[in-house]
Design a protein around this ligand. Structure first.
Ligand code: SAM
Ligand code: DTB
Ligand code: SF4
Length: 330
């Protein structure tokens, strides 16, 4: 077995060959290694819970082949304008009552206009005042927009690399991998925590998964959160009907992410609705320690609260406490 150091300082100099070698390990060795790394850095029985809200839905000009919100595909998603601040705050309050510690606001934009950003900054201020961590995913940001969000109290910005650079070009033509990296740099330079991961099960090869995780693990700094999404296949999108990824390959992807980025929260993200409890348990064993909690992701289904509560109970998993997040008084 390749030696997997359990508690070294996070490295950003991983070699592609090392990532490839981790993926190629016997499954038990890989999961054992990931579990050792996980235990050296986190309480293995604690999972962080984020809740998502689509604050602006559909009619997106981009052509991401996986996405039900692109205006180019007939997916039945009804477009909705940017929500008002009060509705967002009420939804965030309900998410907090249900145990979420982070509230993530998602918008189907290529990038926000400054006027839209002003409203979103108000949402961020008020959600933060509830004592929740705040996250937003709004598409491309300029450095000035990233600074505005930081000043409004935003904690995390989600911007996924989605896949390897070469596979990316096959699934999105309206922007480049470089555009994604530029926004990530703007976000990091503004002092925001980066949430960045990808989607697997889009018909990419293992080489693409190796390259995606290698790129993430060799960014200037590891993202604080790394969402690993399993493609949610939506009828009408070009990727509907893609052959399902082997579930153990998904678990391997989680395990390799855990080993490469030992202090990141690795999120078992989209796709849980169709995963068995046993598969989710394997992902937690492989080092996943964050989920989206709540019946809906952005436009598609997520497991019902009761199913997740029962699963956590059966596994003896506790939600990460919000204790260290001080409510802000405005
Ligand atoms: N428009 C912004 C952007 O693309 O960055 C923010 C919202 S977008 C819906 C956020 C992320 O959701 C995408 O980067 C992608 O990783 C993920 N996503 C979208 N559709 C998905 C699907 N069908 N299955 C899994 N993940 C998906
Ligand atoms: C992430 O990595 N996954 C979330 C969140 N960040 C924004 C989005 C998943 C979207 C799944 C498809 C939908 O519900 O529209
Ligand atoms: Fe638009 Fe984001 Fe969906 Fe791409 S992933 S179509 S940018 S909402």
């Amino acid at each position: 077995m390749t030696a997997i150091p359990p508690s070294v300082e996070p490295r950003t100099d991983w070699k592609l060959a090392e990532v490839r070698a981790l993926f190629a390990l016997p499954f038990n060795d890989l999961v054992y290694g990931a579990q050792c790394v996980h235990r050296a850095n986190f309480d293995p029985n604690v999972v962080q819970m984020s809740t998502l809200l689509s604050i602006k839905t559909g009619a997106c000009p981009e052509d991401c082949a996986y996405c039900p919100q692109s205006v180019r595909y007939d997916t039945g998603v009804a477009p909705e304008a940017l929500m008002d601040v009060e509705t967002v705050v009420a939804t965030a309050r309900a998410a907090r009552e249900n145990g979420a510690t982070r509230f993530c606001m998602g918008a189907a934009y290529r990038g926000p206009k400054d006027r839209q950003l002003d409203t979103i900054c108000k949402m961020v201020r008020e959600v933060k005042a509830l004592g929740l961590e705040t996250c937003a995913t709004l598409g491309m940001l300029t450095s000035r927009q990233a600074v505005c969000l930081k000043q409004a109290g935003l904690d995390y910005y989600n911007h996924n690399l989605d896949s390897s650079a070469s596979f990316y070009a096959k699934i999105i033509t309206t922007r480049t991998y470089e555009d994604r990296l530029d926004t990530l740099a703007n976000v990091r330079n503004a002092g925001l925590n980066v949430c960045c991961g990808g989607i697997v099960g889009m018909g990419e090869t293992r080489v693409d998964r190796v390259e995606l995780l290698h790129t993430l693990a060799t960014l200037e700094e590891h993202p604080g959160s790394v969402p690993i999404n399993q493609l949610v296949q939506v009828a009408g999108t070009p990727l509907a009907g893609t052959a399902e990824l082997d579930s153990l390959e998904f678990v391997r992807t989680v395990a390799v992410a855990r080993i490469l980025m030992p202090r990141a929260h690795v999120r078992l993200s989209a796709g849980r609705e169709t995963m068995s409890d046993e598969m989710q348990a394997l992902c937690f064993l492989a080092g996943a320690n964050s989920i989206f909690f709540g019946d809906k992701l952005l436009t598609t289904a997520n497991p019902e609260l009761q199913r997740d509560r029962r699963l956590f109970e059966r596994l003896g998993i506790r939600p990460e406490a919000a204790a260290e997040i001080e409510p802000v008084v405005c």
